[in-house]
Design a protein around this ligand. Structure first.
Ligand code: DX5
Ligand code: ZN
Length: 228
């Protein structure tokens, strides 16, 4: 994957039909998704539980673009190899998930994946400053992680700070939580290039009516691109 800062839309399958992941993934990709965002929750680091490595391996068979796996789990390190085997292209772990994020980022790259580090809304940009040479992506959570459909928290100051810190390093800034046509312009203008969107992509559509996914994806992309 060659690095680029153009806007990428990464629908979160947390808002998909859990009984039909294969067709949901095919539908969002056919309708213009750049990446597929997969939210892994453990009921411990966050107050919700989703799926683990065997399910992620099953998703992989349908993903033709980029499988962007967001771990909301603690600990992380014992599971890195399982997500590499499951076929994650990007594996993102939270800086709050343990004391040794530096080791975790090295281990993710060592397992052959791109490494991402995520920050909760209450964690400042400086928390990842010394990791920027070890990562391919910084994920700024604009909701408290655990659930889709929450209200966007405006952290554009933090995004701008990170964008300046990153400088010319090939590191993506991903925004996760409450991204829609009204908030996408704010985060794009602040320097984000990967926009995760769950409810805003899936709302109103279905695998039998996937055109709505395409309309939603194009609207978010246009709103973001219009701001930069
Ligand atoms: C939240 C997840 C998000 C979530 C986004 O914990 O990490 O990826 O699915 O959902 P929306 O776009 O509905 O806020
Ligand atoms: Zn996520």
């Amino acid at each position: 994957m060659t690095f680029s800062r153009h806007i990428k839309i990464a629908p979160s399958i947390l808002s998909a039909d859990f009984a039909d992941f294969g067709r949901e993934i095919q539908a969002i990709e056919a309708e213009g998704a750049d990446w597929v965002h997969v939210d892994v929750m453990d009921g411990h680091f966050v107050p919700n539980l989703t799926f683990g490595p065997p399910a992620v391996a099953a998703f992989r068979r349908h993903v033709k673009t980029v499988m962007d796996v967001h771990l909301m789990i603690s600990p992380v390190d014992p599971f890195i190899d399982a997500y590499a085997k499951a076929g994650a292209d990007i594996l993102t772990a939270h800086v709050e998930a343990g004391a040794h994020s530096h080791r975790t980022m090295q281990a993710i790259r060592g397992a052959g994946m791109m490494a991402g580090v995520a920050l909760n809304p209450g964690t400042s940009a400086e928390a990842v400053e010394d990791l920027l040479d070890l990562v391919d992506l910084v994920c700024v959570m604009t909701v408290n992680p655990g659930f889709g459909g929450q209200k966007f928290i405006d952290l554009t100051g933090k995004i701008r700070k990170l964008r300046a810190m990153i400088g010319d390093r090939p590191v993506h800034i991903e925004i996760d939580g409450g991204v829609d046509v009204t908030t996408a312009p704010l985060v794009a203008a602040a320097g984000a290039d990967v926009l995760v969107a769950g409810s805003a992509v899936f709302k109103g559509g279905s695998v039998d009516n996937p055109g709505v996914y395409g309309t939603n994806i194009r609207a978010i992309r246009a709103a973001a691109e219009g701001a930069i």
